[in-house]
Design a protein around this ligand. Structure first.
Ligand code: SAM
Ligand code: SF4
Length: 344
């Protein structure tokens, strides 16, 4: 994006609808909250195997998460996604889901999970008000799955997907990070699932973060390559009509398939214009763009006893400074955290 365009967009006046907007006129109505930086897997593209996690006292406590959700909801946030690290390893996750879903204004509550614990948790989470899940499944080959996740078992995750569907956490979305040399030759197996299941299988370009940035640089597979591999194996894809530009995943369908395929091209074709999301990290920082290190501390004011109105003012001011566009093409890589600490 050129400097001239940035200047032009930055003079967009702030709308006065009570919601949160940034200086480029984007309305922010979607919050992703990382509930923990800890995880029961060690995916090669996400964290080193010897990863150290933060002490619990440094993470947002349940009441602090609730306070942020309340403030965000009063500022127009309607959709929350819980993520991590692995959100299902958080103590009291079911009760926390119940409390978040009860906050006035929150219409949709989703979770991104590796699925390992879903076989037991899907039903209680659905009963507590969780609307749907994205489950990360990078391959249907058990040996490759183990190689990617280091500690995971495909069988556990598959039981989790089945339990999520039985519990009504629909539509089920499966996330696949395409990683060269690990699962790039197997994408058609996942795509094939959409013939028999009304699921959305989403192929995500690998992004570079912190300590695993070098790995990601060398293993990224452009989405066009993934698309071509799927089409070569399973036939042409057609665009699903009605896409509104807000979801980074543009939907496609194979002929005769019940489900859809999505391609998330954060690296080769960013979707910043439609980005209406911000993130809260497990240690209470508001992260304005996944791929930029700009963050605003919420934890300190929360622990100093700020009021709901003060928190709302802080959120509104912070969101105004949401950056436009990542700098990957110019080698500006997010350095201070890996993905599990941000909440993907
Ligand atoms: N543990 C949960 C899971 O794996 O679904 C939630 C957190 S995880 C950080 C969220 C998503 O980010 C997952 O779909 C994961 O595959 C993806 N992810 C992790 N590291 C990534 C990277 N370097 N580039 C792109 N996606 C990544
Ligand atoms: Fe854990 Fe999710 Fe990161 Fe894999 S991608 S290590 S499951 S946080």
């Amino acid at each position: 994006m050129s400097a001239a365009r940035i200047t032009l967009q930055m003079v967009t006046p702030a709308p006065t609808d009570g919601g949160m907007h940034d200086a480029f006129g984007r309305r922010i109505d979607y919050l992703r909250i990382s509930l923990t930086d800890a995880c029961n897997l060690r995916c090669v593209y996400c964290m080193p195997e010897e990863m150290q996690f933060l002490p619990r006292a440094e993470l947002l406590q349940d009441d602090e998460v609730l306070f942020i959700v309340q403030a965000a909801a009063q500022l127009g946030v309607r959709k929350i996604r819980l993520t991590g690290g692995e959100p299902t390893v958080r103590k009291n996750i079911v009760e926390l889901v119940r409390r978040i879903k009860q906050v006035p204004g929150i219409e949709e509550l989703a979770m991104t999970t590796n699925g390992v614990l879903l076989a037991d948790l899907a039903q209680p989470l659905a009963a507590a008000g969780l609307d749907r899940v994205n489950v990360s499944v990078d391959t249907l080959d058990a040996a490759s799955f183990k190689r990617i996740t280091r500690w995971g078992s495909l069988r556990d995750v598959w039981s989790g997907v089945e339990a999520a569907e039985a519990a009504g956490l629909k539509p089920i979305k499966l996330n696949c990070v395409v990683t060269r040399g690990y699962n790039d030759q197997q994408v058609a197996d996942l795509a094939r699932l959409t013939f028999d299941h009304p699921w959305e299988v989403r192929f995500i370009e690998l992004m570079p973060f912190g300590e695993v940035a070098n790995f990601a640089h060398n293993a990224v597979v452009p989405y066009q390559e993934t698309m071509a591999r799927v089409e070569e194996a399973l036939g042409p894809l057609s665009v699903v009509p009605g896409y509104d530009g807000h979801d980074p995943s543009r939907p496609y369908r194979l002929a005769g398939a019940q489900g859809t395929l999505g391609f998330i091209s954060s690296v080769t074709q960013p979707f910043c214009a439609g980005c209406g999301r911000v993130r809260v990290t497990a240690d209470g920082k508001l992260r304005l763009c996944l791929l930029r290190d700009n963050e605003v501390d919420l934890l300190t004011p929360l622990r100093r006893g700020c009021s709901l109105d003060q928190l709302k003012a802080l959120l509104r001011a912070a969101v105004w400074g949401k950056p436009w566009g990542h700098g990957l093409a110019n080698d500006v890589v997010p350095e201070i955290r890996v993905m599990s600490q941000i909440g993907g």
